[in-house]
Ligand binder design. Structure first.
Ligand SMILES: *[C@@H]1O[C@H](CO)[C@@H](O)[C@H](O)[C@H]1NC(C)=O
Ligand SMILES: *[C@@H]1O[C@H](CO)[C@@H](O)[C@H](O)[C@H]1NC(C)=O
Ligand SMILES: *[C@@H]1O[C@H](CO)[C@@H](O)[C@H](O)[C@H]1NC(C)=O
Ligand SMILES: *[C@@H]1O[C@H](CO)[C@@H](O)[C@H](O)[C@H]1NC(C)=O
Ligand SMILES: *[C@@H]1O[C@H](CO)[C@@H](O)[C@H](O)[C@H]1NC(C)=O
Ligand SMILES: *[C@@H]1O[C@H](CO)[C@@H](O)[C@H](O)[C@H]1NC(C)=O
Ligand SMILES: *[C@@H]1O[C@H](CO)[C@@H](O)[C@H](O)[C@H]1NC(C)=O
Ligand SMILES: *[C@@H]1O[C@H](CO)[C@@H](O)[C@H](O)[C@H]1NC(C)=O
Ligand SMILES: *[C@@H]1O[C@H](CO)[C@@H](O)[C@H](O)[C@H]1NC(C)=O
Ligand SMILES: *[C@@H]1O[C@H](CO)[C@@H](O)[C@H](O)[C@H]1NC(C)=O
Ligand SMILES: *[C@@H]1O[C@H](CO)[C@@H](O)[C@H](O)[C@H]1NC(C)=O
Length: 555
């Protein structure tokens, strides 16, 4: 694509922002503790309107969404909506770099538009390790009626939230991390907030409520599966049934069948599943720990039931087996590499997804972001990106800018690992508006990671083991790479993403592994339009909360 065409596309994208009269959807979310026993041990979990997991946040492309969040916990709260791009509006993003926390007994109404978006995402509380106690729920953004989805309308929509789970709550887990400890193996895996079906009387105690999904024979359902957990990659499978992959995080994929699928922390996928079996019994739905020694991690397995209306009886026998390739990671990586976008399908807009020819745009800047295993800094266990362990601000960055609070952050995040002594800092990426950047996520940690970027979707153009070099670019997918917002990065390997920086604001870039994130593995990209031409960021909302050096402005 030449420059003028690329400019035209930008202009087309921007002018479409000015359509008015889009519909509104309203939600009231009350976040509170409730006591449940998903693994047989009573514990306090975070519920949304009394439910664990929380209800669906359901909207259609271009809707304006307003969610009044009430904090009925005993700690500060921020809700985040990862994957929702919040154009020019990082004020609603729900992370400490952009928002002051909502104090206990207070509320805050988030307002944003789901402009030009479709697909499957989830929300969660971003502070204080709270996601380990719940507070999460699914987000569905439906296509507008005028835009055909690239498959026959399914007979039903089924949401599945899978996660590793500890019987200790988030405050106890936090204490472990604060004192330099490791979380260790989780106590189990939950499916929609429930513990495992008793598939084995030795492994699973009696009396645990399990999830049961009711279906009719012959029908095809859209399963939206999200890994909302802390740090365990999960292999998802349904006994006797194929998973036809159709969508991930807002883009339609090339449709392919899988017998099982790896879902990493923070990732979301849609599969079509046809009820084409004879229902002599119910079927197991399994989410089991991946890339660990599975015989040691046997208890870290979630099991739910797929129940046909004409079922002949309960599921029996062993669980369907996971792939046997964990000690051959080269072959395991072929699955994520095969996820590509359907370039001819329409996404949120009528033009085909492939009409943005990302492969012919010149890269303006390259950032190599290296993560290392946690290490001691100033006597504390911390994790780092390019040797910097991020320190959260007392005053959100853009509020600080607008009120001339000086020195609250630096714009000097290095664009490659410098080999300097690891240190704690409030260092942001000074990214260029309208730039087209390449980010190499180099995982020099020993664990599978996933990385997420707020405010954007990016193209996952390459992934491999070993050290990334400039020659690695020769193997990038320049044609139909998937566009998404959360990508896995294999231990000892790298993932390359390309991002078009067309959304002004300050946007969080973080590891999704909750323990590593808590210990500082994140930064922000500051992206500002230097010209006052209407494409600058929105003003802070009327209900903006003040804190830190600006506390006195709070009414
Ligand atoms: C991209 O870079 C190449 C080589 O530097 C140059 O020839 C080409 O004109 C550039 N393309 C665009 C769209 O800027
Ligand atoms: C979390 O667990 C700790 C230790 O078991 C307990 O003291 C605390 O009350 C719990 N907090 C919540 C919010 O459940
Ligand atoms: C979401 O909203 C759409 C359109 O209003 C409706 O058809 C659909 O049933 C809703 N889905 C859920 C899960 O509430
Ligand atoms: C808190 O909720 C009330 C309604 O219950 C609403 O009028 C008010 O705007 C909300 N506060 C914030 C800061 O959004
Ligand atoms: C239950 O699990 C235990 C431990 O893995 C195993 O030894 C036993 O064979 C299993 N029982 C059945 C009935 O599969
Ligand atoms: C996927 O598997 C189903 C059977 O479960 C089959 O009907 C369908 O044709 C397959 N689709 C593709 C694209 O392979
Ligand atoms: C149902 O399917 C199972 C698995 O494919 C097969 O073993 C069984 O014989 C079938 N039963 C009937 C009644 O067709
Ligand atoms: C998994 O752990 C078991 C028990 O510690 C050990 O015997 C086995 O060798 C391990 N498997 C692999 C492949 O490392
Ligand atoms: C791609 O999307 C088109 C709809 O635009 C659909 O007809 C086609 O089957 C899809 N192809 C694949 C391989 O998923
Ligand atoms: C950030 O980058 C812009 C150019 O994109 C430059 O003008 C500015 O001086 C940089 N700011 C800092 C603090 O380096
Ligand atoms: C980390 O990097 C070093 C030096 O590049 C390399 O020798 C080592 O194998 C890497 N370890 C992992 C787990 O990637």
């Amino acid at each position: 694509m030449d420059v003028s065409l690329s400019l035209l596309i930008h202009i087309a994208l921007l002018s479409s922002l000015c359509f008015a009269e889009d519909a509104y959807v309203f939600y009231d979310f009350k976040l509170s503790y409730i006591t449940v026993s998903p693994l047989g041990v009573p514990q306090q979990v975070i519920a949304v309107n009394g439910a664990f997991p929380g209800q669906v946040l359901n909207a259609t492309t271009n809707d304006n969404v307003a969610i009044n969040v009430h904090n009925q916990l005993d700690e500060n709260l921020l809700m985040s909506w990862p994957g929702i791009q919040m154009r020019r509006n990082s004020w609603q993003d729900g992370v400490l770099g952009t928002n002051c926390p909502v104090q206990p007994k207070k509320n805050f109404t988030y307002q944003f538009q789901v402009k030009d978006q479709i697909g499957s995402f989830f929300y969660f509380p971003s502070l204080n390790f709270q996601r380990a106690s719940g507070g999460f729920g699914p987000i569905i953004i439906n296509n507008r009626n005028v835009i055909r989805i690239p498959f026959a309308p399914p007979d039903g929509d089924i949401v599945i939230l899978i996660c590793d789970w500890y019987t200790q709550n988030h405050t106890a887990l936090r204490t472990t991390l604060d004192s330099g400890g490791e979380l260790g193996m989780p106590d189990g895996v939950l499916i929609n907030g429930k513990g495992p079906y008793r598939y084995n009387t030795t492994l699973v105690p009696d009396g645990i409520p399990y999830e049961s999904i009711n279906v009719d024979p012959g029908k095809t359902y859209r399963f939206r599966v999200h890994n909302v957990g802390i740090s365990t990659s999960l292999n998802f499978r349904i006994q006797g049934h194929n998973l036809l992959l159709v969508e991930t995080e807002g883009h339609y994929t090339i449709q392919q069948n899988f017998s099982s699928f790896d879902i990493h922390m923070g990732q979301s996928y849609s599969f079509l599943v046809t009820m084409d079996q004879n229902a002599t019994t119910d079927y197991y739905i399994v989410a089991s720990a991946r890339y660990v020694n599975e015989s040691v991690w046997e208890r870290v397995t979630g099991v739910a039931i797929l129940h046909y209306s004409n079922s002949g009886g309960p599921a029996t026998g062993p669980l369907p087996v996971p792939p046997s390739d964990i000690y051959n990671q080269w072959s395991a990586m072929s699955q994520p590499k095969s996820i590509r976008q359907n370039t001819s399908a329409s996404g949120a807009r009528p033009n085909p997804q492939g009409s943005f020819h990302y492969g012919s745009i010149n890269v303006t800047d390259t950032y190599v972001l290296q993560s290392l295993p946690p290490l001691m800094i100033d006597g504390k266990l911390r994790s780092t990106l390019n040797g910097i362990s991020f320190v959260n601000p007392d005053t959100p960055f853009r509020l600080a800018d607008l009120h001339n609070v000086k020195g609250s952050y630096k714009l000097d995040f290095p664009n490659k690992p410098l080999g300097r002594t690891p240190h704690m800092d409030r260092s942001l990426i000074n990214a260029t508006y309208k730039g087209f950047i390449e980010v190499i996520l180099q995982n020099n940690d020993t664990r599978m990671q996933s990385f997420h970027m707020d405010g954007y979707a990016f193209f996952v153009v390459g992934m491999d083991f070993g050290q990334w070099t400039e020659n690695s670019r020769n193997n990038y997918n320049k044609w139909d790479a998937i566009s998404r917002c959360t990508t896995e990065v294999y231990p000892g390997g790298w993932t390359a993403i390309l991002v078009s920086l067309d959304n002004v604001g300050v946007w969080n870039l973080r590891v999704e592994n909750l323990d590593r994130w808590y210990l500082g593995q994140e930064t922000y990209m500051k992206i500002m339009n230097p010209e006052e031409n209407g494409d600058t960021e929105m003003a802070p909302p009327e209900n903006v909360i003040y804190c830190g050096s600006l506390q006195s402005l709070q009414k």
